[in-house]
Design a protein around this ligand. Structure first.
Ligand code: QV4
Ligand code: CA
Length: 484
C-alpha cells in the first residue's frame, strides 16, 4: 500500500483541489503528462450535500450523502473518461476517500446526485445506511479528547459529522464496494480522509478487501492501491501516526511545519543537512510530504502557519527543497484564490464550477492559482525525475542560510535565504558544460532565458544567487545544457 505506482520516470502528486473531471483530463494531456507529473489527488468524487445556505463552501464535499459518483466535478461518465485519459497520459489518479462519516445536520437535505436523507434519524437511503450503522452512544469530539481519549476521537463525531461504525460488516461492505468501483474504473489509490478518526484494525480489514489495480489501465499485475492516511500528528496526542504506518503511508504534517519555519527565516537552512527521520519525521517510505494542504492553507484542521501561495517567494523555496530532496513522496497543492476561508471554488450563479482558463504565459486565470503551472514548481518536478533514485551528496552550507547539494551526478540545487548574496565556487557534480538555471528561466533553443551556469571539468562552477533575486534558489540538471 506504500507504492504510488507512478509510471516510469515520473514523480510528484498534485492536489487539483475542486477541479472538474473534464478539466483534469485535459490538464493530464496538455500539461501534467508532458511535464512528468506522477499523479493527481482529486476532490471527493461521491455525492455530497448541497449547501446553498453557506453559498456552496468547499467543505460541503466532506459531507457525503451517498457513494454515487456525481458531484460538481462531474458525473460517473466524466470520471471514467478522466481515468482513461489521465492513465493514457501516464498520470495516476488518487481519490480523497471520505469514509469516516456522512453529513452533519445541515439545513438542506439534497445531495449533488439528488439523493435525500433524514439526518435526525441517521438515515441515508441512497447508500443505504440507517442508525444501526453508526457509532453509539452519540457523542461529539471535544478538544481535550485529542490529548487524552483515543476512543472518543474514533467513536464520537468529528465536528458533528455522523460517525460511521467501520466495525460493522454492512458499513465495511458499502465502503469496500465504493472503493473497489473506483479501482476498477482505474484509480491508483486513496487519501484516507480523517484516518485518525477510524480504528487502524478496521481500516486494515477494509484495505485488505480492496481489488488489485486495474491492469487494463496500465498497472502491473497484483499491484495494490497506494494508500496515504490523513493523520495530523505534531506529537503530544492520544493517537500517533505510528499506529497507521503498519497499514499504509501517512501524511507527514511536520514537513510543512518545519520547512515553512525554515524558509520563512525562523530556522537556519544549514540544519537541513540532516533532513529526514532525524528531524522526527516518518521513515521515507511511510511519508506523504507537502508544504500546505487544502485545510491548513486556509486555517482549517488546526492551521499551523504553513507557507501558502500568498507568500510566494519563501513558498517556492520550500517547495523547491521538498522536491529536490530525496526524502518522502511529495505532493504539491494547486489552489483556487480566496480571501474568505469558507468560500468554494469559482462558480456561476447556478453553482457550477468555472473552469480555469490558461493565459498565454501558461499560468491560470478565472480565479485559479495553479501552483503546478508556476515555472519554479514544474521545473523542480523535472529536476526530481532526472535525479531519479540517486541519493544526496556534496552538501555545502555557509553556516547560515545558504545551502547547496547534488543528486548523484544528475542534478544540483542551491538556496540563499540570507540577506547577502551567495557567490561561491561550488561542486555541482555535473559533467562539464553550460547549463540553464531552470528557476530563473528556461532553455530556449541554444540559450538560456535566465541564468547560465558554466561547469568546469572538475564539476565546479561559480554559483550566484543574489539576496534580492526574484527567487531564492538556482537549479541545474542533465538535459538543460545550452550549446552556446
Ligand atoms: C458545526 C460546529 C460543530 C458542531 C456542528 C454541529 O462547528 O462544533 O458540532 O456544527 O452540527 C463543517 C463546518 C463545521 C460544522 C460541520 C458539521 O465547517 O463548522 O460543524 O461542517 O456541520 C472539512 C472542513 C470542516 C467541515 C467539514 C465538513 O474542514 O470545517 O465542517 O469539512 O463539511 C481535524 C481532523 C482532520 C480534519 C481536520 C479538518 O483530525 O481529519 O480536523 N481534516 C479532514 C479534511 C477536512 C474535512 C474533514 C476531515 C472532514 O481534510 O477538509 O473537514 O471530512 O484535524
Ligand atoms: Ca469515527
Amino acid at each position: 500500500y506504500k507504492n504510488p505506482h507512478y509510471a516510469p520516470g515520473r514523480s510528484v502528486n498534485v492536489h487539483l483541489f475542486e477541479w472538474k473531471w473534464d478539466d483534469i483530463a485535459t490538464e493530464c494531456e496538455n500539461f501534467l503528462g508532458p511535464r512528468g507529473f506522477g499523479g493527481i489527488q482529486i476532490s471527493p468524487p461521491n455525492e455530497n450535500v448541497v449547501l446553498w445556505t453557506y453559498n456552496r463552501p468547499w467543505w460541503e464535499r466532506y459531507q457525503p450523502m451517498s457513494y454515487l459518483l456525481d458531484t460538481r466535478s462531474g458525473d460517473e461518465a466524466q470520471f471514467a473518461d478522466m481515468l482513461r485519459r489521465c492513465n493514457s497520459a501516464g498520470v495516476r489518479i488518487y481519490v480523497d476517500a471520505v469514509i469516516n462519516h456522512m453529513t452533519g445536520e445541515p439545513p438542506e437535505n439534497v445531495g449533488t446526485a439528488g439523493s435525500t436523507a433524514t439526518f435526525s434519524q441517521w438515515d441515508y437511503p441512497a447508500v443505504p445506511f440507517t442508525w444501526e450503522h453508526f457509532n453509539w452512544p452519540h457523542c461529539v469530539i471535544d478538544g481535550m479528547d485529542y490529548v487524552n481519549d483515543a476512543w472518543r476521537v474514533r467513536n464520537c463525531e468529528l465536528v458533528g459529522l455522523k460517525d460511521l461504525n467501520q466495525a460493522n460488516e454492512h458499513v465495511r461492505n458499502m465502503i469496500v464496494n465504493f472503493m473497489n468501483h473506483l479501482i476498477d474504473l482505474g484509480v491508483a489509490g486513496f487519501r484516507i480522509d480523517a484516518a485518525k478518526h477510524m480504528w487502524p484494525h478496521d481500516l486494515e480489514i477494509i484495505y485488505n478487501r480492496l481489488n488489485n489495480l486495474n491492469t487494463a489501465h496500465g498497472f502491473p499485475a497484483n499491484a495494490r492501491p497506494y494508500i496515504y492516511q490523513e493523520v495530523i500528528d505534531y506529537g503530544g496526542e492520544a493517537i500517533s501516526r505510528d499506529e497507521y504506518t503498519p497499514i499504509g503511508a501517512v501524511t507527514e504534517f511536520k514537513v510543512g511545519m518545519e520547512l515553512s519555519r525554515a524558509f520563512r527565516g525562523n530556522n537556519q537552512l544549514k540544519w537541513l543537512e540532516s533532513w529526514g527521520p532525524q528531524w522526527g519525521l516518518l521513515e521515507h517510505s511511510d511519508a506523504l510530504t507537502f508544504i500546505d494542504n487544502h485545510d491548513n492553507e486556509r486555517g482549517h484542521g488546526g492551521g499551523g502557519a504553513m507557507l501558502t501561495y500568498k507568500e510566494p517567494r519563501p513558498y517556492k523555496g520550500a517547495i523547491a527543497f521538498l522536491l529536490a530532496h530525496p526524502y518522502g513522496e511529495p505532493q504539491i497543492m494547486s489552489s483556487f484564490a480566496f480571501h474568505d476561508s469558507e468560500i468554494g471554488p469559482p462558480m456561476n450563479h447556478l453553482g457550477q464550477i468555472i473552469s480555469p482558463s490558461i493565459n498565454s504565459d501558461g499560468s491560470c486565470g478565472n480565479g485559479w492559482v495553479c501552483q503546478h503551472r508556476w515555472r519554479q514548481v514544474f521545473a523542480m518536478v523535472a529536476f526530481r525525475n532526472v535525479a531519479g533514485n540517486t541519493g544526496l551528496n556534496d552538501w555545502w552550507s555557509n553556516g547560515f542560510n545558504q545551502i547547496a547539494f547534488c543528486r548523484g551526478g544528475n542534478a544540483f540545487v542551491a538556496f540563499n535565504n540570507d540577506s547577502w548574496d551567495l557567490n561561491q565556487n561550488l561542486q555541482t557534480c555535473l559533467p562539464a558544460g553550460r547549463y540553464c538555471d531552470v528557476i530563473s528561466g528556461v532553455k530556449a533553443g541554444n540559450t538560456c532565458t535566465g541564468k547560465t551556469v558554466t561547469v568546469g571539468n572538475d564539476g565546479r562552477a561559480i554559483i550566484n544567487v543574489g539576496a534580492l533575486d526574484y527567487d531564492m534558489m538556482l537549479a541545474i540538471h542533465i538535459g538543460t545544457e545550452s550549446r552556446l
